[in-house]
Every structure is written in C-alpha cells, then in structure tokens.
Ligand binder design. Structure first.
Ligand code: CO8
Length: 254
C-alpha cells in the first residue's frame, strides 16, 4: 500500500504528501523509500523545478516508526535501505519546501532539516523526543540542528525532548513563515511557483552553494562560488537578453 501521494498541482511543481495519517505519518522504511523514489523521479524530470513536502493537519511526521524499531540486531539507523533513502533525500538538488502542520518530531524534524524552506501552520509543533525512548536523533539531527539554531537552542530541544510551537520555530529560524493551518501548503506552493519561474540551473547552483555554507570552510566555499561560472550558462545569456529587451525570459535549464 502506498504511503505517500504525489501530485503536480502547478506547472513545474511536485507536491509530495506523506500519507500514513493513522500513524501520524511516522517514517516507516517503506515511506522513506517512497519519498526518496518520488524525489529521484522529480530530479530526473526536467519539467519539475521545485518540490513541496507536506503531511496532514495533525502531523507532518511523528518521526521514525517506533513500531519498526528492533529490540536487537542491526540498529534502525544503520539499516541499508533506510540509509540509502536518507542519502537520496539529502542529495536532492532541486529546491525542497516543507509545509508543516501538527507534529514534526524526531526523524520528522530531521526530514525538515533537509528541506530548503519551511512554512509552518499555526498548530505546528517541532521536537526531538528521542531521549524519552532512550535514543537520540540518528538521522542528522544532532549535527544539523546546532548548525541551524546554535548550540544552546539545539541542546534545549534535544536534551529535554520538549516541543516548540510554530511562533518559537519562526523566532528561532526553523520556519521562515507561519500561516493559518489550512494555508501552509498553498503558501509553500506559491513560493514553489515563484522559484519555478527562475532559471533551473541557476536555482540548482544557488542551492548547492548555500548548502556549502554549512559544510565547508569559508575560503573553500567562496572559491567554489567563484568557480561556478554561472555567466557561461545559456540561461544567463537569456536572462540578460530578456532584461534588455524588456520581455519575460525563456529559461531552458542549460
Ligand atoms: N511511530 C509509530 N507509530 C506512531 C508514532 C511513531 N513515531 N507516533 C505516533 N504513532 C501512532 C501511535 O502509536 C498511534 O497508533 P495506534 O492508534 O495504533 O495506537 C497513532 O499513531 C496515533 O498516535 P497518538 O494516539 O499518540 O496520537 P496523538 O495525536 O495523541 O499524539 C504524538 C501524537 C505526540 C505524535 C504521539 O503519538 C507521540 O509522542 N509519538 C511518538 C513521537 C516520537 O517519539 N518520535 C520520535 C521517534 S524516534 C526518531 O524519530 C529517531 C530515532 C533515531 C534513532 C533510533 C535508534 C534506536
């Protein structure tokens, strides 16, 4: 049975909806593999410029599927299928926008940390409750959260397991905007639509560059920025020509 829904609500935009409402969209292995597969499809399809990821109004995702956690043997985080799926999501090169309503916990929050823009519905609750089941974030949370929020806020969330609300998430920089619950997906789609108008190659390079800020020393990433040679793309020539001729650009992604 499918655990996600995939739609194309607007030109250039794919919408992936996590669809295990009865399990609060817990990240079963099957669901993670389906999300990774949908992103692989979106990557391969030149017509897709941006992807929005969402859950339902009660939960974006309540995290790793606790009912799939083994009592012994290979720990869940080291299982090959899950690891491959996480890697695929992590490496998705096009913009990924999260529209988050309800709970975004543990692995669900780690999934958000792999997104590029986060829109939160007013009822969103973000948290890392792993310590409450004698675990800790195992899909990047201990590393990405402090890079994003700083040490003290990350420690507060990870060590207490307490949730933060949408307003706090926005204040701390985990969400860029807060909307009424029934508008978060529409707002994310609107942003996706704006991104879809831009040159796909420039957007892709810009995403890669911004991510470097979290991964590489400044000298190295500044040098990479210069090396990207964006001005040699056909789209850049088209962008300049369109500006001078006062017409909309026709980007081809080359
Ligand atoms: N996994 C599996 N099932 C879940 C999960 C989950 N994470 N969360 C909720 N469910 C299920 C419940 O068991 C329940 O099922 P059933 O109806 O069959 O009893 C159903 O969803 C509805 O749940 P609730 O009745 O509890 O719904 P509420 O709306 O009252 O509460 C909460 C929602 C707050 C989300 C609550 O369900 C909860 O606290 N869930 C657990 C959240 C959590 O601890 N997440 C972190 C998981 S661990 C993780 O993500 C990373 C681990 C990495 C390393 C692991 C190494 C071992």
């Amino acid at each position: 049975m499918k655990t996600i829904k995939v739609a194309r609500p607007a030109d250039g935009v794919t919408l992936i909806t996590l669809d295990r409402p009865k399990a609060r969209n817990a990240l079963s292995k099957a669901l993670l593999i389906e999300v990774a597969g949908a992103l692989d499809d979106a990557e391969a399809d030149d017509a897709v410029r941006c992807v929005v990821l969402t859950g339902d109004e009660r939960a974006f995702s309540a995290g790793a599927d606790i009912k799939e956690m083994p009592e012994g043997g290979i720990p869940m985080w080291a299982e090959a299928g899950r690891l491959k799926a996480w890697k695929s999501i992590e490496r998705f090169p096009k913009p990924l926008i999260a529209a988050v309503n309800g709970y975004a916990l543990g692995g669900g929050c780690e999934l958000i940390l792999l997104c590029d823009i986060v829109i939160a519905g007013e009822n969103a609750r973000f948290g890392f409750p792993e310590v409450k089941i004698a675990a800790f974030p195992g899909d990047g949370g201990t590393q990405r959260l402090p890079r994003l929020l700083g040490k003290f806020r990350a420690m507060m969330m990870i060590l207490t397991g307490d949730f933060i609300d949408a307003a706090t998430a926005q204040d701390w920089g985990l969400a860029v905007e807060v909307t009424p619950v029934d508008q978060s997906v529409d707002r994310a789609l609107e942003i996706a639509g704006t991104i879809a108008q831009n040159s796909p190659i420039a957007v892709r390079m810009a995403k890669a560059e911004v991510l470097m800020a979290f991964e590489k020393p400044l000298d190295e990433s500044l040098s990479m920025e210069r090396q990207m040679l964006l001005w040699q793309t056909e789209d850049h020539d088209e962008g300049i020509a369109a500006f001078i001729e006062k017409r909309p650009p026709r980007f081809k992604g080359r």
